[in-house]
Design a protein around this ligand. Sequence first.
Ligand code: PMP
Length: 353
Amino acid sequence: MNIADLVRRNIRELKPYSSARDEFIGEAAVFLDANENPYPSPYNRYPDPLQKKLKQRISELKGVPMENIFLGNGSDEAIDLIIRAFCEPSQDVILITEPTYGMYAVCADVNNVGVRRVTLTSDFQLDIEAIRANADPSVKAIFLCSPNNPTGNLLDLDSILRLVREFRGLVVVDEAYIDFAATESLTRYLDDNPNLVVLQTLSKAWGLAGLRVGMCFASSFIIGILNKIKYPYNISSLTQQYALEALQNERQKEAWVREILSERTAVTAALKELSIVRRIYPSNANFILVQVENAPLVYQKLVEQGTIVRDRSRVVLCENCLRITIGTPSENVTLIRQLSEITTTELTTKSNS
Ligand code: PMP
C-alpha cells in the first residue's frame, strides 16, 4: 500500500505556507523577518513552528525519533488534521467503533466526511468481521481508542494488529489513557506498519489538559503531511516552554499515576458495596464505567450535590452507565458518600412517578 495515494490530491499538491522562521536555518542576532515587535514583552517573538526542543524531550521519553512526532493543540488537532488530509469531503468516510470518543465523528461531520459506525462486541472488543464488512475503499481511516473512552478497557492487541496489517488505509489508535494501562504503547509497531498512527496527549497522566498539547506518532511521510497543513504556529511559546519544564519531572507523573491507580481500586471496592450499583466495568484508564439504577436520575442527584460525572446512558452498549473520573482521595470519598445517600427505592419511585 502506498500511503501517498491515500492523501487527498489537493493536499498532496499543496504548497504550504512558509513562515519566516521556517525559512531561516542557523544562528542569527537580528530578526527583522517576521514583522514582530522588537521589544521583549517577553512574548514578542513567534514560537518555533516545529517545536524542536519539546519534540526532542518527547522523543527521549517515548523512544520515537523526532521525525515521527507531530505536536498539536491537543490530540483533537491531530484527529482533525488526519481527517482533513486523508478524507475527501462528501466522498470518503472514516470508520469508528462505538461506543468511543466523540470527537472522531464530530471532526468528520465538521469536514463533511461520512462516519461508518461499527458497534463493539458486548465485551467492548473489536468486531473484526463487521469491521471487515464495512471497510470498503471509501474508508480512508479507522479510528480505534485503547484504552477506550468511555468503556475504560484495552482493545485486544492481536485484533488491532490484524486490522493494521489487513486494512488498506490508516489505522489511528488513540492512546490518550495509555499511562494508566497495564500495557505498552503501539508506537513500537510504527516502523513495520506505515499505515499505523498513534495518538497520545499531555492532558491526562501528565496533568496538562489546560496547556493543550497532543502527540501524534507516525511515519515521517504522514508527519510531513500534518506539518504541511497545520497552522504555522500551532503551539504557543508559553505552552512549549511550560510543557518542556513539566516533562523534566517524570517522577511526578509516575507518582500521580500510582495514586490514581490505587484510588481506582479503592473507588471500585467502595462502589461494589452500593445498592444502586449494578455493574462496574474493569478499567485501564483514569475513569470507571459504572452501570447504576436509573443513571440520569443519579447524575441529576449528584449535580444537585455539586458533583459532576459523565452520563453516558444514551450511548450504545452503555445503558444506565455513568463514567466517573478518578479524583483526589477526598473527592472520591465525597462521591462515594453522595452516592451512598441515594437509595434504590428513591430511584425506582421517582422514575415511576
Ligand atoms: N482522545 C481521547 C480518547 C480522549 O478521551 C480525549 C479527551 N477527553 C482526547 C483524545 C483529547 O485529548 P486532548 O486534550 O489532547 O485534545
